[in-house]
Design a protein around this ligand. Structure first.
Ligand SMILES: NC(=O)c1ccc[n+]([C@@H]2O[C@H](COP(=O)([O-])OP(=O)(O)OC[C@H]3O[C@@H](n4cnc5c(N)ncnc54)[C@H](OP(=O)(O)O)[C@@H]3O)[C@@H](O)[C@H]2O)c1
Length: 262
């Protein structure tokens, strides 16, 4: 998709990946409706984008308001060509120590919210021949110990993206699913950074991830798994999951004390 002149609803626009993505998209001539829950941060990002963006502060867990968010973006931009679902939450804890409220929020923000926003945006995307872009994770194809709720949410988002892509075939609306490996943003807590160091987990800079997202949109890609060897492990896990069980066994035990940090 040519980004010049495109009208984009972007969630998570005040986050590590979202704010840089907003900048990259406006630099390419797109106009962006920035959605996030921190109104002040959003406003300062909007100001930095030189009149090519609108700020729509909203709590994306406020389900009844999601239709209004899409409608505000559509009115502000005069239509919609792209919905990019970036907003996300994670937790790194043993499941039996997980706060049930946090668990439910992760599933709702990472999975239910993109489903509902897409449902609301679809009539406008059909009109423009647009695209839905969902930001998943390597953890959406390889279930990771101590990230049960997050892995479940991203597996769900991947399934949603695949089903919708097949459902919309021939409609003129495309679906792109992008799965980064770990990225250096504030989504990751101190315990996650310490754990990553201990197990040698690869972490990408958000600038590089944003370049990959823009390139995937440019090429109307169906899906993208970012980083080697993670993209290979995704394929091995799909074919030979018992092999990956074995490969991760030792690492899981090294990760455990970090997941139990309070
Ligand atoms: N960072 C990684 O390692 C990594 C790896 C793979 C995939 N991803 C995915 O990439 C996406 C972006 O992550 P990121 O690294 O940019 O994280 P981030 O910096 O934490 O950005 C996420 C944004 O979503 C916002 N948000 C959280 N709850 C919200 C709510 N209820 N309503 C509206 N906005 C809300 C956050 O606001 P607050 O700051 O107020 O919470 C934040 O601005 C996520 O879907 C994540 O799962 C990230």
């Amino acid at each position: 998709m040519q980004l010049e002149g495109k009208r984009i609803l972007l969630t998570g626009a005040a986050g590590g990946i979202g704010a840089l993505l907003a900048e990259a998209l406006t630099q390419r001539g797109a106009r962006v409706a920035l959605v996030d829950r921190n109104a002040e941060a959003l406003e300062s990002i909007r100001k930095g984008l030189g009149g090519k963006a609108e700020a729509i502060p909203a709590d994306l867990l406020d389900t009844p308001r999601l239709g209004e968010v899409v409608e505000r973006a559509r009115r502000a931009l005069g239509g919609l060509d792209l919905l990019i679902n970036v907003a996300g939450l994670l937790s790194f804890r043993p499941l039996d120590e997980e706060d049930p409220v946090v668990l439910e929020r992760i599933i709702r923000l990472n999975l239910t919210t993109p489903l509902l926003l897409t449902r609301e945006a679809l009539p406008h995307l059909r009109e423009s021949g647009g695209r839905v872009v969902n930001i998943g994770s390597t953890f959406g194809a390889i279930g990771f110990a101590w990230f049960a709720a997050y892995s479940a949410s991203k597996f769900g988002l991947r399934g949603f993206s695949e089903a919708l892509r097949r459902e919309l075939e021939g409609s003129g609306v495309g679906v792109t699913y992008i799965a980064p490996r770990a990225v250096r943003t504030k989504l990751n807590t101190g315990a996650i950074y310490r754990m990553s160091e201990a197990v040698g987990m690869n972490m990408d800079e958000p600038e590089w991830v944003v370049e990959q997202i823009v390139e995937a949109i440019d090429r109307d890609a169906k899906d993208r798994y970012l980083g080697f060897p993670e993209k290979l492990f995704v394929r091995i896990n799909a074919l030979l999951p018992r092999l990956v069980d074995l490969a991760l066994r030792k690492q899981n035990r090294v990760m455990e004390p970090f997941a139990r940090e309070v």
